[in-house]
Design a protein. Structure first.
Ligand code: ATP
Ligand code: MN
Length: 467
């Protein structure tokens, strides 16, 4: 095998014709064999379009290998780049040697050249990365995650790894997965009335998979000024929707000496940065999504990337919704949590572009959000974008010890469980803010893919944890 720096197809497609012999390692997508020549297309995942290869059969007697070459097989192809007479490509590979590395028998390989439904491909998630759509999704996903890191690293944020196992449902953000080493069968067999004794459990108390790294991130933001997490998050969402996974990735920046205005500016800059980056660096894949998945998406994302984000209060949002002649499935009045239909109206119609809604009613938001002086709203913000609705949720955090303690009491939460979190307000407290962005929601928004299960390699959702 060649060195890891062997040429990849994405680069070869852009290279000039040359007599230099190269070895290309790839999978065969299609083959057209005739008497004198054999055409085949190679793909190695480095780009959407593959490299066309051609064998002059009179010059190179490779018929035996050609016969074994079928859609999906892996090959080493030796040849040199020649100018391509065909349209749609600059060069093709004039092949002088062909080695079949791994065959893919046509009678059993599930990915034949026809179009497959996404439902079917979900059942063969271990192979779907070999299709055009999933190759494109994974390249865009990869680029977006790189862009996330670049955005924060360029601004001096430290990447903090927050725990995946937590012993507190700190936020009440969603249904929890419990983590235990207790023997379930023994519990089932125990005599009725036996009390569950967590002393015997691994952590000596109930423990769960995290639903958010925010509270832990706050501890480090109030030490290192600006940090972010980008890690797996778990919610036992018992609903079968196209927007919810049981395991997803979340990005959560947290910044000290930063109020709500500062947070809004950061979030808008972040969204614009990500969209501009993906349009620039994944243009071929994005053109594919535009053509095959969501017509107009490139223009749509470009408009958002270049927009000023409007800022309205929740009060104004409610007035706008009430004044609209639209009938919503979920009725509007001050105090409701905005549903997707409301968000879509605000961003698609009322503003006609991205909009940040702030200062939500205190009663529908989490305990840690900074309280406004009006006694009924908190310094929360949601970023809404056209075609989607909410893409980011965040807030300025309550930094006043007494106010936070009072809120914890009011909600019937246990102060003891939050003593470490309250310490952050006891010692060197600062105004600080942050937000959360669900990474798969972002990938879904950017690619136009309908189902969130199709933007993560191996989706986990209720009743489904294959592969
Ligand atoms: P929704 O109302 O859509 O269920 P939420 O209000 O539960 O969202 P938050 O608690 O604010 O969401 O979570 C922060 C972010 O995490 C959301 O904006 C979203 O991007 C993402 N998110 C939440 N739940 C899921 C999930 N089950 N699968 C994938 N992403 C999710
Ligand atoms: Mn939810």
């Amino acid at each position: 095998m060649d060195h890891i720096d062997r040429p990849r197809i994405a680069q070869l497609r852009e290279a000039d014709p040359s007599p230099e012999l190269i070895d290309v390692y790839a999978w065969v997508r299609t083959k057209r064999d005739s008497k004198a020549v054999c055409f085949f297309e190679l793909n190695d995942g480095s780009s959407l379009k593959g490299l066309q290869a051609i064998i002059d059969k009179e010059q190179y007697p490779l018929q035996e290998a050609i016969d074994r070459m079928q859609t999906g097989c892996s090959v080493r192809v030796r040849g040199h780049l020649v100018e391509s007479p065909g349209k749609g490509q600059k060069v093709e590979l004039a092949c002088s040697d062909l080695e079949i590395i791994g065959e893919a028998p046509a009678d059993s390989y599930p990915l034949q050249k026809k179009r497959h439904s996404f439902e079917f491909l979900r059942e063969i998630a271990h192979l779907r990365g070999r299709t055009n759509t999933f190759g494109a999704v994974m390249r865009v996903r990869n680029r977006l995650s790189w862009a996330v890191h670049r955005f924060f690293q360029e601004r001096g944020f430290l990447y903090i790894h927050t725990p995946i196992i937590t012993a507190s449902d700190a936020e009440g953000a969603g249904a929890l997965f419990q983590v235990t080493t207790l023997d379930m069968q023994r519990l089932v067999n125990a005599a009725p009335g036996t009390e569950l004794n967590y002393q015997h459990d691994f952590f000596g108390k109930p423990a769960f998979l995290t639903v958010s790294g925010q509270l832990n991130a706050e501890a480090y933001a109030t030490a290192l000024d600006r940090v972010y997490t980008f890690g797996p998050t778990f919610r036992a969402e018992n609903s079968n929707t196209t927007r919810h996974l049981a395991e997803f990735w979340m990005i959560e920046p947290e910044v000290a000496f930063c109020d709500l205005e500062c947070n809004i500016a950061l979030a808008s800059e972040f969204v614009r940065f990500l969209l501009a980056d993906i349009l620039e660096h994944c243009s071929e894949d994005m053109a594919f999504f535009d053509q095959r998945i969501e017509p107009g998406i490139v223009e749509d994302l470009r408009r958002v990337a270049e927009s000023e984000f409007r800022h309205i209060s929740y009060d104004e949002a409610i007035r706008a919704l009430e004044a609209s002649d639209r009938t919503f499935e979920y009725p509007v009045s001050w105090g409701i949590d905005l549903q997707t239909e409301h968000e879509r109206y605000l961003t698609d119609e009322y503003v006609g572009g991205p909009v940040v809604v702030t200062d939500y009613p205190r009663d529908i938001k989490a305990f840690y959000m900074k309280q406004n002086d009006d006694g009924r709203t908190v310094r929360a913000m949601d970023v809404l974008v056209p075609r989607l609705g909410e893409i980011i949720g965040g807030s300025q955090r309550e930094d006043d010890l007494a106010t936070l303690e009072r809120r914890i009491d009011e909600l019937g939460l246990e102060r003891d469980a939050y003593s470490w979190y309250l310490d952050l307000r006891r010692f060197g407290s600062v105004p600080h803010s942050g937000f959360g962005l669900g990474f798969e929601r972002l990938v879904r928004y950017v690619t136009g893919m309908q189902n969130i299960r199709d933007v993560i390699p191996f989706p986990r959702a209720v009743g489904s944890a294959e592969f």
